[in-house]
Design a protein around this ligand. Structure first.
Ligand SMILES: NC(=O)c1ccc[n+]([C@@H]2O[C@H](COP(=O)([O-])OP(=O)(O)OC[C@H]3O[C@@H](n4cnc5c(N)ncnc54)[C@H](OP(=O)(O)O)[C@@H]3O)[C@@H](O)[C@H]2O)c1
Length: 294
């Protein structure tokens, strides 16, 4: 695999592609739950692009052949979602340093020569959403508790470490996975066993749920907020439903909260810059269009 990052597709590339149908999509399995097509097709209409952003339901065994088909089919790129993010890193021809550090690819750009450049915009989306919803947030304000150690957690830990957080408590059901994340990420992580989760939020300045718990069809996150300071920010990266039971419980006791929808919305900016050479604004109208579907 090449690791050198080449220039991304810029305005010139969109100009040359503008005679064609602009194509992008989201590749996952399952993928029908994804709100990304609503988001990107809204932006395409807003920016007057003739094209489409489509859901690409690709089974894990077919990931490589599907990714290799992007260039001949005329795609500018695609987003990558569960369960393909880690496997995609092994397939792309080049990867941005952020994708290598996180260990997963969330976005692919098809370069002019048809090769695939992978990056990860999850951390970017998380930070920009957090800064928008809680403008006074500072990464160096104090300890942060991250619940979960999967792909989402990897991006959150990277985002926190690169914004000055010096104590990240990673609490995961499978302790070995929290330990692995601590070893591989190079971030200042204290892995904490699941049984100790209720006390582990004591004294933190922010709590982030990155598990699937609280998502529609899943039970609520089993976490007591009794020892959580009332001024700690509570974030959930789950966005279906928008107000998860965790966020409702936090809001009820007076904690400031940040929902997960903005993390998805903000990821559109770097993706569009790379695919189409356009920097789209994340407007209230765009958010409202997605909220209407939740
Ligand atoms: N807002 C956004 O833009 C955005 C971006 C990325 C992800 N997400 C959302 O974040 C969630 C997680 O995604 P992911 O990619 O990180 O998934 P993942 O890699 O599969 O990780 C899932 C995490 O949830 C934990 N978990 C699963 N079932 C659990 C249970 N019953 N009790 C306690 N912990 C449990 C897992 O713990 P174990 O290690 O013990 O299995 C693991 O830490 C999904 O809902 C996804 O939609 C949102």
């Amino acid at each position: 695999m090449l690791y050198a990052s080449e220039p991304l597709a810029g305005k010139d590339s969109m100009t040359s592609r503008s005679e064609h149908f602009a194509l992008a999509g989201v590749m996952g399995w399952p993928v029908s739950h994804s709100r990304s097509p609503i988001l990107h097709n809204f932006l395409m209409r807003e920016h007057g692009l003739t094209g489409a952003y489509v859901p690409l339901a690709v089974k894990p065994d077919h990931l490589e052949i599907a990714l290799r088909a992007l260039a001949p089919l005329g795609f500018s790129g695609c987003n990558i979602t569960i369960p393909h993010k880690e496997h995609a890193l092994a397939i792309v021809d080049a990867a941005e340093p952020v994708a290598r550090r996180i260990g997963a690819v969330s976005c692919i750009t098809v370069r002019h020569d048809g090769s695939l450049l992978g990056t990860n915009n999850d951390a970017y989306g998380f930070i920009h959403n957090l800064q928008q919803q809680q403008p006074s947030w500072r990464g160096d304000a104090g300890p942060v508790a991250v619940i979960g150690a999967g792909g989402g957690a990897r991006a959150i830990v990277y985002a926190l470490a690169t914004h000055g957080t010096t104590e990240i408590r990673v609490i995961n059901r499978t302790f070995a996975r929290a330990e692995l994340l601590s070893r591989e990420s190079g971030a200042p992580i204290t892995p904490i066993p699941w049984e100790e989760r209720h006390r582990a939020v004591e004294g933190v300045t922010m709590l982030v749920n990155t598990t699937s718990q609280g998502m529609v069809g899943q039970p609520s996150l089993d976490l007591s907020l009794a020892t959580l300071p009332v001024d700690a920010i509570v974030c959930d990266i789950v966005y279906v439903p928008l107000q998860t039971p965790l966020l409702e419980a936090a809001r009820h006791r007076g904690n400031p909260t940040v929902d997960g929808l903005g993390m998805l919305l903000h990821q559109a900016r770097p993706a569009w810059k790379s695919w189409f050479g356009i920097d789209p604004e994340i407007t209230p109208a765009l958010r409202a269009a997605l909220e209407a579907t939740l």
